[in-house]
Design a protein around this ligand. Sequence first.
Ligand SMILES: Nc1ncnc2c1ncn2[C@@H]1O[C@H](COP(=O)(O)OP(=O)(O)OP(=O)(O)O)[C@@H](O)[C@H]1O
Ligand SMILES: [Mg+2]
Length: 225
Amino acid sequence: MLLQVTNLQHLYPVPRGRPQTVLDLPDWSLDEGQQIALTGASGSGKTTLLYILGGLLPPTQGDVHFSGKPLYQLSEARRDRWRARTVGFIFQDFHLLERYTVRENILLGQLFGGSAKRSRIDELLERLDLGEQQDYFPRHLSAGQKQRVAIARALVNQPSLILADEPTGNLDPERARSTTELLLQQAERQGCAVIMASHDPGLCRLFPDNFHLSPTPPKQSLSSS
Ligand SMILES: Nc1ncnc2c1ncn2[C@@H]1O[C@H](COP(=O)(O)OP(=O)(O)OP(=O)(O)O)[C@@H](O)[C@H]1O
Ligand SMILES: [Mg+2]
């Protein structure tokens, strides 16, 4: 088992009101290499859950075990080091560094993880069909190409988990589909688990498993399709 969540609750403070519970997950887990689409209405807590699972947001209650170890018992500095080596993030708006080229963006991701292997970057550029654009700056890329750079950067340190927050929200439907397929294919090749938040039922069908977050806790359900 890669991830296990027990008695997880998250509340956000509300100005002049009682804190709002946005997540209530009594028991949930993810296997190594498992690929899950995370669904749920806007505001149901998908982004919040991805941040908690990636070690970026300590939950109000409960814990997240990663490979059997309690994530939030690590210091913030150790969690940062763990994240750089273990988790790849992909966002809707790419989060590429505009002043660096495609190759440099991927290299920076690699350096954060503590290594610098040129052949690994060459391999990813080829696998994601970015060889010709490797010296381009992000402003010279199409949206689909930018997202492929973000996927390459997320995969570069051989993470065991990719967390993707509506990564194809800025792409047209055809690109969204091919980019999601590429992400799943490349993650599978590296044995990397994927959790991808999406509103698009067509994309969710590409995943072996779906996990639906209900907007009002505690009702949650896990279904396989
Ligand atoms: N930093 C914050 N402070 C207070 N409330 C927050 C904060 N971040 C999110 N929320 C609230 O928590 C709830 C869940 O937000 P979240 O962004 O996780 O939902 P989501 O499922 O990702 O929505 P969407 O599909 O629109 O991206 C929302 O009601 C939101 O207003
Ligand atoms: Mg969100």
